[in-house]
Design a protein around this ligand. Structure first.
Ligand code: UD1
Length: 422
């Protein structure tokens, strides 16, 4: 398995292009199941999670063509061969469950494996099931699979979500586009990836109002058409690279960055004494003074501070001046990076869902183990500020969510290289 070797201490300077959002693309791709006509996504990120979703769609009979080196995905679902999402694919990636809503809407039946355990908590699907059941689906769990049927098709309904789950909102939104009548999703998630999905569905002819707010109203239509849609910028990749100069020193311009995608995160950077400048097409980040200041962070659904930036923020706060408190409210068990950061000299104490971080002057390089996607990148960020070498093992997690990470960081002066497994 490949590793990434980071030699710390080099201040950064230059530009990093930010890719299309993994999480938006993973929701947009299953939308192709809703129409017999082609759906083309531009600005797609080149990631292994996207390849996994392509495999899943292909297993259902969708033709997926990656063009322009993977930047453009042309998909066609004119004839579906299957309505079953197998455990073998679903266990690799929870977002596979996003085929459930579209399959039910178009084929009135779907068999989707439950994702099973996951490194960052139990992550059940009860909210998805409740929502689709409210729309007339009958869903049973047998042999680890959800067997879902909507006799006569899905019906529009009032769908109050117990928690503003991103995936449940996306599944319900897609399902409702072809349901009979009006669906109102209450307590809907408001993430930019949901807004992007709604925009794409609207290009396909869906009637949707209120995306980006807690109440989304969908008027079902008989059929959807094809469309071409550009994937929104990846706010998590953006936030990750914005932290690089804060940790390593220097200045980095993140191309394609927009303040509205990362407002809560930028508020915290300001509080830490970091300067962020917005231009027409980028965000420029520079660190004022020697060390950022400690800040307290609580993760929350959008527009709150994203859980997917919590690990990276912890890496940054490990070197900040003072004591920070990080509270994880979305996932249980999402502090696996903490003991690895401690091996690099960080001072972190975890009590339940709260981590107390006392900033240190300097981290020290060490061999560390990545346990999930965002944890891996937090260790690389920490390595940028550490004395000596940091070897991050098990980087397949990274390839799920960061395209050409070592290239992008090297281009701004970081000393980061991939060590290929024999
Ligand atoms: C999406 C993102 C993920 C991000 C998360 C929260 C994708 C592909 N992934 O994941 O990167 O970290 O949003 O911003 O977009 N829950 C239930 N029952 C359910 C569904 C969820 O209890 O039926 C719980 C989960 O266990 C978790 C919380 O709700 O604790 C958030 O989950 P959710 O918002 O659904 O996240 P995902 O869509 O899985």
């Amino acid at each position: 398995m490949d590793s990434i070797l980071v030699h710390g201490g080099a201040p950064l300077s230059g530009q990093i292009p930010i890719a299309g959002a993994k999480n938006a693309c993973l929701a947009l791709m299953p939308a192709t199941l809703l129409s017999e006509e082609p759906l083309t996504l531009t600005n797609a990120p080149r990631l292994s999670d996207i390849a996994t979703m392509s495999l899943l769609l292909e297993s259902l009979g969708v033709e997926v063509q990656a063009m322009a080196g993977g930047r453009v995905l042309a998909m066609s679902s004119h004839g579906l061969a299957s309505t079953r999402a197998d455990y073998d694919i679903v266990r690799k990636m929870r977002a596979s469950n996003l085929v459930l809503g579209p399959l039910l809407a178009r084929e009135h039946t779907a068999v989707v494996s439950l994702p099973g355990g996951c490194a960052i908590g139990a992550r059940p699907m009860d909210i998805h099931i409740e929502a689709l059941t409210a729309m007339g689906a009958e869903i049973e769990l047998r042999d680890g699979y959800l067997h879902a049927v909507a006799k006569g098709g899905l019906k529009g309904a009032r769908v109050p979500l117990r928690f503003a789950s991103v995936g449940a909102t996306e599944n319900t939104l897609m399902a409702a586009t072809l349901a009979k009548g009006t669906t109102v999703i209450e307590n809907a998630a408001r993430e930019p990836e949901i807004v992007d999905l709604a925009r794409c569905l609207r290009r396909m002819g869906a009637q949707i109002e209120g995306e980006g707010t807690s109440t989304v109203t969908i008027e079902g239509v008989d059929r959807l058409s094809g469309a071409t849609h550009p994937v929104v910028t990846d706010r998590i990749e953006l936030g990750t690279y914005m932290l690089a100069p804060v940790i390593a020193g220097g200045e980095v311009e993140c191309l394609g960055g927009r303040l509205d995608l990362v407002a809560a995160f930028v508020d915290k950077l300001h509080e830490a004494g970091v300067e962020v400048e917005e231009t027409a097409s980028s965000l420029i980040v520079r660190r004022n003074g020697d060390r950022p200041r400690a800040v307290d962070v609580v993760t929350a659904p959008f527009p709150g501070f994203p859980t997917d930036l919590q690990a990276q923020m912890m890496a940054m706060l490990s070197t900040a001046d003072g004591e920070s408190r990080l509270e994880e409210r979305i996932f249980e068990n999402r502090f696996m990076h903490a003991p690895e950061l401690v091996r690099m000299g960080a001072r972190i104490e975890v009590h339940g869902g709260t981590a107390h971080v006392t900033g240190v002057d300097r981290l020290r390089g060490a061999p560390v183990m990545a346990t999930d996607l965002r944890a891996s990148v937090s260790l690389i960020l920490a390595g940028l500020a550490a004395e000596g070498e940091t070897l991050v093992n098990r980087v397949y997690h990274l390839d799920r969510g960061y395209e050409e990470l070592e290239k992008k960081l090297s281009a701004v002066g970081a000393r980061v290289e991939r060590v290929r497994a024999e």
